[in-house]
Design a protein around this ligand. Structure first.
Ligand code: SF4
Length: 136
């Protein structure tokens, strides 16, 4: 499977949506593949999840509204955090093992400015998924 970097975190946090939107269904499908341990190739720019976003327009990046962080900036932060680069490969276990040693404070900084952070309750959800994958 192919993902842009910040979706490596978003899929750890995702717990479904109340309504079956195309974006929610795609997120769930990719989450299942990710949780199943499938190798992930990292790519820059839009991926198959972005393709279902109702706000996506070709040649644009989301998060351009005032005060928000762009998706490209989120990607940069997560590439730095996880030691990745475009074209590299990872999987959920490798991601979880790195995040298990990352503080809540750092995680909050990495996701700072993302409009989904509080809506999706991302921080505790990421921690719960990581703990489940790394606690013996
Ligand atoms: S805060 Fe945003 S970037 Fe971070 S995991 Fe949640 S949706 Fe993804």
């Amino acid at each position: 499977m192919i993902l842009r970097p910040h979706h490596l975190l978003c899929l750890l946090a995702f717990r479904g949506v109340a309504e079956s939107t195309a974006l929610g269904l795609r997120m769930e499908k990719m989450r299942q593949r990710y949780l199943g341990g499938e190798a992930v190739s990292i790519r820059e720019g839009h991926d198959t999840i972005c393709a279902q976003c109702p706000h996506m327009e070709p040649g644009t990046t989301c998060g351009s509204e005032a005060g928000a962080v762009t998706s490209d900036e989120l990607d940069r932060r997560i590439v730095d955090l996880l030691g990745l680069s475009a074209g590299s490969t990872t999987d959920i276990q490798k991601v979880a093992e790195i995040l298990a040693h990352v503080s809540d404070e750092t995680l909050l900084k990495v996701c700072k400015g993302c409009s989904w952070r509080d809506t999706m309750n991302c921080m505790p959800c990421i921690r719960e998924t990581v703990d489940g994958l790394t606690t013996p």
